[in-house]
Design a protein around this ligand. Structure first.
Ligand SMILES: O=C(O)CCC(=O)C(=O)O
Length: 201
């Protein structure tokens, strides 16, 4: 059930979490150039196991980061490829803006409306206690939904546009989950980058 469509810029105060949206963080021409370049990296569509059954993820992904960084979700361990200049440029800009450092980035490529990501929280142990996640949207506008874990089925929807930056912080991953639902609307490619800090013991 859709409760609210958030189209503004600024911070969505979740009480036990915080999501800040920087609209057009990258101006259109810059965002166009990033989209074009990132379309050409080596994308892969992984097979995941959900409730014992194998599925292809409904999107393509790529994972980059510092040497030795790996990340496990949905039964898959991803080993980071070494940073490439376009990703360090984007990473360093976000770090300057929000004063948070990142050692990895997970990229998602939604080829059309049939690609998406289901309800989840980025709450894996290796992300630490109150992870700060910087998430860049490039390409087609898609709806990003959040809802409180367990207690409510109501979702807050945010349309994420070309060049927007979303920062999730505080207890967001502990108490909230998010998704990019599939859509029957005609939408083209969207690339999302989520910058993260992985802690390896
Ligand atoms: O594509 C998005 O905006 C969200 C991606 C996401 O939820 C994730 O990488 O964990």
């Amino acid at each position: 059930m859709q409760r609210k469509l958030w189209e503004d810029e600024g911070t969505l105060d979740l009480q036990d979490g915080s999501i800040t949206i920087h609209r057009e963080y990258f101006p259109a021409l810059k965002a166009d150039a990033y989209l074009q370049k990132l379309g050409k990296i080596r994308w892969q569509q992984n097979q995941i196991v959900v409730f014992g059954k194998k599925h292809l993820e409904p999107r393509e992904t790529a994972w980059y980061g510092d040497n030795g960084i790996s990340y496990t979700y949905s039964g898959l361990t991803h080993t980071a490829r070494p940073w490439i200049p376009i990703l360090t440029e984007i990473r360093d800009g976000i770090t300057d803006t929000i004063h948070t450092s990142f050692n990895s980035v997970l990229l998602n490529r939604y080829r059309d409306g049939q690609d998406g990501v289901g309800w989840h929280a980025d709450d894996e142990l290796e992300l630490g206690n109150q992870p700060v996640i910087g998430s860049v949207s490039l390409g087609q506008t898609r709806c990003f939904q959040i809802r409180r874990k367990q207690t409510s089925r109501e979702a807050i929807s945010l349309n994420l546009h070309h060049g927007d930056l979303v920062v999730m912080s505080g207890e967001t991953q502990k108490f909230w989950e998010h998704q990019i639902p599939k859509t029957t609307q005609q939408v083209g490619e969207r690339i999302n980058l989520t910058f993260r800090k992985i802690h390896h013991e």
